[in-house]
Design a binder for this molecule. Structure first.
Ligand code: WQD
Length: 338
C-alpha cells in the first residue's frame, strides 16, 4: 500500500514507518522537523535496507501537501503530526490549536482535493479526562482537561463530521494511552528534538545519571499510592494497531482505545525501572502539573474484538527496550563529545 505518514520522524510515526517499509509498503514521510530530526530516516533505511522518502513539509501547507499526495499516489494517510505535551499545551494553547486542529483541517482539505479518503488519525486516551469508569471504554464521554486533549477531541469531531457528510471517507481514530519503549535495536526511540517531559524518558535520564532526581508531579491524587496512574503500551503494540486499522478501514468513522488495560503508578514505574536499569532513581515530590488527571487506563476489548490486536509486550519489555535505546544514545553523545 502507498501510505503517507505525517509526523513521520516522530516517536510513533517513525516506528510505524519502519514496520511498513519492512513489510514492503511504499511509505512517504512528512514532517516539519519541529520536534524531531531527519536522523530517523537514516536509521529506518539502515534497519530496513529499503529506501524511504522524507519531505520537510508542515501539514498546514495545503498546496505542498496536495502536490505530494498526488505525486506519491497516496492511498491512505496516517496522521501523527501534532504537538503532544499536556503541560506545554497549557502554556501555549494557541500553538496547540493552530498546530493540531489547523493542521488536521488543512490535511482534510488536501486529502479531499486529491480524493485520498482513507485516514488513520492519532488521537489520545487523554480526551476522556477524569473518567467516571476505569478502565475506560470508547463510549465514555469526552472531557478534555487541557488544550492538547481538547485539540484531539475536536479533531475527532471534524473527522466524524467528514465521514457523516460523505460516504467515501474511511476514518479510524486510535486513542493512544501512553506509548512507550523503543525499537529492539535501540536505534529508534522517544527522542524529541526539544526537552523531554514524559515520565519514562525522565526516569531513564535519572538512571543514566543525567538528572539528579525524578520530580514526582503530584502525590495527592485519588490513587492507591497518591501518584498518577497511566496505561503504558509498548510502541510495537501501537504500531501493530495502526497496521491492523489500515487493513480494516471501512466507510464511516471508528474509534479504538490503544492501551493494555493495566494501570501503573509513577512510584510503581520508578521501582520497575530501578530493577531494569540496576540503578537507584531518587525522587522528590512536586505539585501536580496543571491539566493532569489521576488515572487513565484503557478498556482495550473493542480493539481486540474488531481489529484483532491485543497488547503482547509487558512493562518490563517497555523499560528494557527504552533503557537499551537510552544507553545507546548516551554512548553516542560521549563519542561525539570525546
Ligand atoms: C505520566 C504520569 C505525570 C513526568 C502522555 C503524552 C500525551 C499522550 C498521553 C499520546 C503523570 C507523571 C511525568 C515527570 C511525573 N500520548 N510524571 N514526573 O501526561 O499521561 O501524556 O501520554 O497521545 O501526548 O504526553 O504522560 O509521561 O507526561 O506523565 O511524575 O517528570 O507521570 O504527572 O501522572 P501524560 P507523562
Amino acid at each position: 500500500m502507498r501510505v503517507m505518514i505525517t509526523g513521520g520522524t516522530g516517536f510513533v510515526g517513525s516506528h510505524i514507518a519502519l514496520a511498513m517499509v519492512e513489510a514492503g509498503d511504499e511509505v512517504a514521510l512528512v514532517d516539519n522537523l519541529s520536534n524531531s530530526t531527519a536522523d530517523v530516516v537514516r536509521e529506518i533505511r539502515s534497519l530496513s535496507g529499503r529506501e524511504i522518502d522524507l519531505r520537510e513539509i508542515d501539514v498546514r501547507d495545503i498546496d505542498r501537501m496536495v502536490d505530494l499526495l498526488g505525486e506519491h499516489g497516496t492511498e491512505a494517510i496516517i496522521h501523527c503530526a501534532a504537538a503532544k505535551h499536556v503541560a506545554e499545551s497549557i502554556e501555549r494553547p494557541g500553538h496547540y490549536w493552530d498546530n493540531n486542529v489547523g493542521g488536521l483541517q488543512a490535511l482534510l482539505h488536501a486529502a479531499d482535493a486529491t480524493d485520498v479518503r482513507r485516514i488513520v488519525f492519532s488521537s489520545t486516551g487523554s480526551i476522556y479526562g477524569d473518567a467516571d469508569r476505569l478502565p475506560i471504554p470508547e463510549d465514555e464521554p469526552h472531557y478534555p482537561t487541557n488544550p492538547y486533549s481538547k485539540s484531539k477531541s475536536v479533531g475527532e469531531q471534524a473527522l466524524r463530521l467528514a465521514a457523516q457528510n460523505c460516504a467515501d471517507w474511511q476514518i479510524t481514530a486510535l486513542r493512544y494511552f501512553n506509548p512507550a519503549g523503543a525499537h529492539r535495536s535501540g536505534r529508534l526511540a522517544d527522542q524529541p528534538a526539544g526537552p523531554i517531559s514524559n515520565l519514562i524518558p525522565m526516569i531513564l535520564d535519572v538512571a543514566a545519571g543525567n538528572r539528579p532526581v525524578l520530580e514526582v508531579t503530584g502525590d495527592d491524587f485519588d490513587t492507591p499510592d497518591g501518584t498518577g496512574i497511566r496505561d503504558y503500551i509498548h510502541i510495537d503494540d501501537v504500531v501493530d494497531a495502526h497496521i491492523a486499522a489500515l487493513a480494516q478501514l471501512e466507510p464511516g468513522f471508528q474509534a479504538f482505545n490503544i492501551g493494555t488495560g493495566v494501570g501503573t503508578s509513577v512510584l510503581e514505574l520508578v521501582e520497575a525501572a530501578e530493577e531494569v536499569a540496576g540503578a537507584p532513581i531518587p525522587t522528590v515530590t512536586r505539585p501536580r502539573r496543571p491539566g493532569d488527571v489521576a488515572a487513565l487506563v484503557a478498556d482495550p476489548t473493542k480493539a481486540d474484538r474488531v481489529l484483532g490486536i491485543r497488547s503482547e509486550r509487558t512493562l518490563h519489555d517497555i523499560l528494557t527496550d527504552a533503557w537499551r535505546a537510552r544507553r545507546r544514545a548516551s554512548r553516542q553523545t560521549r563519542h561525539l563529545v570525546a
